[in-house]
Design a binder for this molecule. Structure first.
Ligand code: GDP
Ligand code: MG
Length: 601
């Protein structure tokens, strides 16, 4: 039957190890994309994905593959390939794809070997009982060391080195053999065909022309076009206008059966009606038990997002509503700032996630956005014993603080052994505590650290890469919280606090943060009629100070002297500027100054 000829697999790999390129070759080898329609990284559909060369969203594609059996008879199988993102920020997307597959292609760059993130995903796949197909990619590279890395992989997953396939996504070498192996090694889906329909929503996107497009994997039973479907969590009922598979563009079909992956269109316009993790069933013969949903991804990093032009606030809200639909990890609530006006406090999985949201808001929605310094989630206990959850430094309680807890992570770093000392130094400087070290082989070491999340979400990854010439890799997972010596640093302009610049930092870093911000603001804020002190303070204690000197009367006079056109120009410029001025107490600051101060590194 169709179900026995179905294979669902995902590709787990480190970023840049060649998933998207291999996926391209599979699309070609199976003939679903004609040579003239081929473009590189076919499945990376978002502009940002193509430009940055990274995959953010998972993609599911169906491809036919004919295999000749031992008895000489040919049979065509349907392969569902799910391409997954590789960056640590998006690992929740990976676990979702794993749950929709019976097999995983473990793809490793033959010049670099397995990386920390891949190792973590491999363990997830093994736990999920997926068939693992180990593959070395880029064997066309002169620097490839397939023998050495095959041994490493074989010892990790307990297979023979000969079982490790060798392919090149660049030349296509070994790709047909890999497709054959997928048919052979991955079991068919095990759903019950005549049970009431149950399908898991794993993604959901808004399309301007078609409304909400919902991506599902059917687990039991079947869904057919024109039937009425029900969302189990809400009981909402919709007409199924179209159902089909992605191959690699949407193709309508006569329905989806057990194990099949495809899309649904119901004409629903409200993005919140199609929740990722919800179970879709048939309204006529509904299932009673929902499928086990996904673990809600928890935001780890928060920052304020403000429209540069205040009148864009409603548009920003609408844009966030739309992005949220296929990005369950994004959270937001309204926030007001004296310096920046109306905006939203947003929660993200990490810094890359933040950057991508900001970029999508700018490109896909044409919004001009400022974001404030990112912050993790702190637990602050005041002396009266109450504990406050603080995701925004401006909410840090006033008065005496009994203690502050910060989130920590368990980090795994894979590095060539010659960089062990360098990595230790870096981790120590970031308040890390080492908890162990294993040799994967003579030349590669797996190091374990407990690190404050705040110390790694910002530039830790870049620092690690630059100190190990790109060879070390990092993975981390939440590991509770710890007590730490943290303080809030405020930035004061003429004695008034500028809310957007407050930050929660380690006591030892408070001074350097204060000096950096006061210097930066001194440079960016134009002189006023009077002298303006720019201070950094912890509580009522000032830790650094700069002064913006007053405009000199005689300079004004000179400026407003003889040259009439120059004078007019200046006045016009000032008028233009006035619209965007923010008043902090008595000080007028052009919004651009705040934007620049927040933007610089
Ligand atoms: P992804 O991040 O895992 O999706 O990796 P990509 O498919 O975007 O590939 C990363 C880089 O490696 C690109 O510059 C590809 O052209 C290159 N690449 C991918 N596969 C091969 C291969 O088999 N051989 C060679 N030489 N380069 C490859
Ligand atoms: Mg990719």
């Amino acid at each position: 039957t169709a179900q026995e000829r179905l294979r669902s697999f995902c590709i787990i790999a480190h970023i840049d190890h060649g998933k998207s390129t291999l996926a391209d070759r599979m699309l070609q080898a199976t003939g679903v994309v004609q040579p003239r329609d081929m473009r590189a990284q076919y499945l990376d559909r978002m502009d940002i994905e193509r430009e940055r060369g990274i995959t953010i969203k998972s993609q599911a594609v169906r491809m036919p593959w004919a295999v000749t059996g031992a008895d000489g008879t040919a049979a065509t199988y349907a392969l569902n390939m799910i391409d997954t993102p590789g960056h640590v920020d998006f690992s929740y997307e990976v676990s979702r794809s794993l749950a929709a597959c019976e097999g995983a292609v473990l793809l490793v760059d033959a010049a670099q070997g397995i990386q920390a993130q891949t190792l973590a995903n491999l363990y997830l796949a093994i736990e999920g009982d997926l068939a693992i197909i180990p593959v070395l990619n880029k064997i066309d590279l002169p620097a490839a060391e397939p023998q050495r890395h095959a041994e490493e992989i074989a010892s990790l997953i307990g297979c023979d080195t000969d079982d490790v396939l060798q392919v090149s996504g660049k030349t296509g070498q070994g790709v047909p053999e890999l497709l054959d192996r997928i048919v052979e090694a991955v079991p068919p889906p095990s759903g019950v065909p005549d049970a009431p329909a149950r399908a898991m929503i794993f993604d959901s996107v808004y399309d301007t022309y078609r409304g909400v497009v919902t991506y599902v994997r059917v687990v039991d039973g079947a869904l057919r076009p024109r039937e009425r479907i029900e969302m189990l969590s809400t009981g909402a009922v919709h007409d199924l206008l179209e159902i089909g598979v992605i191959s690699p563009e949407p193709v309508p079909t006569q329905g989806l059966g057990p194990g099949e992956v495809g899309y649904l269109i119901t004409g629903v316009k409200d993005v919140r009606q199609s929740k990722v993790g919800d179970t879709v069933t048939s309204a006529l013969r509904p299932a009673t038990e929902p499928l086990a949903g996904y673990q809600e991804p928890r935001p780890m990093v928060f920052s304020g997002l403000f429209p540069v032009d205040g009148s864009d606030f409603p548009a920003l809200r609408e844009a966030l509503d739309k992005l949220k639909l296929n990005d369950a990890a994004l959270t937001y609530e309204p926030e007001t700032s004296v310096a920046l006006g109306f905006g939203f406090r947003c929660g993200y999985l990490g810094l890359l996630h933040l950057e991508i949201i900001r970029e999508r808001l700018e490109r896909e929605f044409g919004l001009d956005i400022i974001s404030t310094a990112p912050s993790v989630v702190y637990e602050v206990t005041t002396e009266d014993g109450t504990t406050h959850t603080v995701t925004n430094p401006s909410e840090f309680p006033e008065g005496r603080i009994a203690g502050v807890r910060e989130p920590v992570v368990r980090a795994t770093i894979l590095t060539p052994s010659e960089y062990v000392g360098t990595v230790m130094e870096l981790c120590q400087a970031r308040r890390g505590a080492m908890s162990g070290m294993d040799y994967l082989s003579e030349t590669r070491v797996e190091m374990h650290y407990t690190l404050p999340l705040a110390e790694i979400v910002f530039d830790f990854f870049d620092a690690l890469k630059s100190r190990t010439r790109g060879y070390a890799s990092l993975d981390y997972e939440p590991d509770g919280s710890q007590q730490a010596d943290l303080v809030k640093v405020d930035i004061l302009l003429n004695g008034d606090r500028v809310d957007a610049f407050s930050a929660i930092v380690h006591k030892e870093a408070a001074y350097s943060y204060g000096v950096m911000m006061t210097r930066r603001l001194k440079e960016l804020i134009p002189r006023q009629q009077f002298e303006v002190p720019v201070q950094a303070a912890v509580g009522s204690r000032v830790i650094s100070r700069e002064t913006i000197r007053a405009l000199r009367k005689d300079m004004l006079a000179k400026c407003y002297g003889g040259d009439v056109t120059r004078k007019r120009k200046l006045l016009e410029k000032q008028k233009e500027g006035k619209k965007r001025m923010k008043a902090i107490g008595r000080v007028d600051v052009p919004q651009e100054a705040f934007v620049a101060a927040l933007g610089a590194d």
